[in-house]
Write a protein that binds this ligand. Structure first.
Ligand code: 6PG
Length: 244
């Protein structure tokens, strides 16, 4: 298991600025070492200001590959789409080649087919054979109030999937496409961005010694590389006391 860093930032703006700083640091390292940066985006609302900040950066866009860590099973034009959110906040505003964007397909009648398609897309992008888990440079994640992450929801079959990169998640009967825990844990760096007091109860359990990972799936994320928890004060003040 890799390193774990917990930082509690004064407010959400400071959380976003710190997240941007880490993304740019990992970008620079990846380009220096490998000539390419592979980044998976979190969905939901928390990361949107980070994506807006990235839209203001002058970067080697042709060397950046953008993936999504999970997706609601809706078209990109749908207001719930994680792809749509990232395109509107960031990707439509920068000269990143279309071929470098790897949104999760949501147009197959069977979400399991879409999951398999995305898995094949990752295998091609990372040039790995089936059975080999590719190593992304950076995966951004959030957590829900229930302790889910990506679309790995409590007590769902997706939590048990160990032999796939991509699987079908389930939120209250609604299908999702999601990275599996093994794919996330293979990353060089994983950054959780967590804001708001509503996340405090889940954080307490995620950081506890004995909570059930099936109930709090974010506990499954124990990457071989760096694990960063970036929390705003509202979410993380209790932890700050426990992890000075
Ligand atoms: C999604 C996400 C999900 C998200 C958390 C937190 O598709 O919803 O990927 O895992 O990160 O639900 O969402 P907020 O940032 O909106 O609180």
């Amino acid at each position: 298991m890799g390193t774990r860093t917990v930082e509690v930032l004064a407010d959400k703006s400071a959380l976003i600025q710190r997240s941007l700083q880490i993304v740019l640091e990992k970008l620079q390292t990846a380009l220096a070492e490998r000539g390419q940066f592979t980044l998976a985006l979190a969905g939901g609302s928390t990361p949107k200001p980070l994506y807006e900040a990235l839209a203001q950066q002058e970067l080697d866009w042709e060397k950046i590959q953008v993936l999504w860590g999970d997706e609601r099973y809706v078209p990109p034009s749908h207001p719930d789409s994680n792809e749509g959110m990232a395109r509107l906040a960031w990707l439509n505003h920068v000269p990143i080649p279309a071929a470098n964007l790897h949104p999760m397909p949501t147009d197959a009648a069977d979400p399991a087919v879409a999951a398999q398609r995305y898995q094949q897309e990752l295998q091609t992008l990372f040039q790995v054979q089936p059975g080999t888990i590719p190593t992304l440079d950076l995966i951004l994640l959030g957590i829900g109030d229930d302790g889910h992450t990506a679309s790995l929801f409590p007590h769902t079959p997706a939590l048990q999937v160990q032999d796939q990169l991509i699987t079908v998640g389930n939120k209250d009967g609604q299908p999702r496409i999601t990275f599996t825990a093994p794919l996330i844990n293979q990353a060089r760096t994983v950054v959780f961005m967590v804001a708001g007091a509503s996340k405090r109860p889940a954080l307490r359990e995620i950081f506890s010694d004995s909570a059930d990972s099936m109930q709090y799936p974010a506990r499954l994320i124990q990457p071989q590389g760096e694990l960063w928890w970036l929390l705003d004060q509202a979410a993380g003040e209790e932890l700050q006391a426990a992890h000075p």
